[in-house]
Design a protein around this ligand. Sequence first.
Ligand code: ASP
Length: 327
Amino acid sequence: MNRRNLLAAAAAALVAGASPVAAQTYPTRPITMIIPFAAGGPTDVVARIVAESMSRNLGQAIVIENVSGAGGTTGSTRLTTQAADGYSIMIGHTGTHAASVALYPNLRYHPVNDFAPIGLVNTNAILITAKNALPANNLAEFVAWLKANERNANNAHAGIGSVSHTTCLLLNSIIGVNPQTVPYRGTGPAMNDLVAGQVDYLCDQVVNVAPQVRAGTIKAFAVAQQQRNPALPNVPTTVEAGLPGYQVVVWNAMLAPKGTPEAVVTRLNEALRAALADPNVKSRLAELGADLPTDVQATPAGLRAFLESEIARWTPVIKAAGVTATN
Ligand code: ASP
């Protein structure tokens, strides 16, 4: 071996040795988790529950950073600009990592190719909710009210492409109405305004809806699933309430920037799966009505395949609705 080959071999050995050593010591400092919506909303609430358990497993703090705007695409874009070293991760959802592809012609990222999937975190039922003062007491009365008041009705949502936007878009198209929409930076603040009676209705995730319905601060007309949600056993399904075509489930997914070392992704995935098996996390998510992913969906490869299938599922829905957005 001449001197040049010797140096090359030594360098290769160092590189080969670098990743196991890094994986053994990772993480050595706090991890930032970007939440692309306002604090207090459904993504933020799930993230804080899961991150708290993960941080104990990892032995480092996970710092939540709410980077809201443009239906969650601002925060998602931000993650793609961060170092791929395991110290920046995010929680995206059906909007940011599936519906966005068809909605945003100028989307600055590809939800799969520009990320390193870590695992699916949870799925969430969607409910049709309204302010308490709305003069309707069930889904049929709500549909009649909406048709009669289409021009003045206010439909709150968390920005173009958020799940509250796309899922109500679907609802409005099934009912055949085109109401005014009011965008927020997350359904945390949208829900506050629904409780205050500033807006009329909102399609929102069960984790944000359940506490309010239990407190009697809003009305929930139906859950858009075949089965009732155990967290809200008195709320009928859309099948029971007369709108069986309105069925939708959304999800949250944990991702790192593209190029994050595999050993680091594996470590984060272990911590995520440990969190999802943590009895405290399980009971808090169950109380909020969220469902856990399957074992396969909770793996990096399972999430990658799931994201691809969700992009394929949402793209024709958005194209058919004829909506586009700019960011
Ligand atoms: N997930 C968003 C939030 O956490 C809301 C949405 O997408 O509708 O606020």
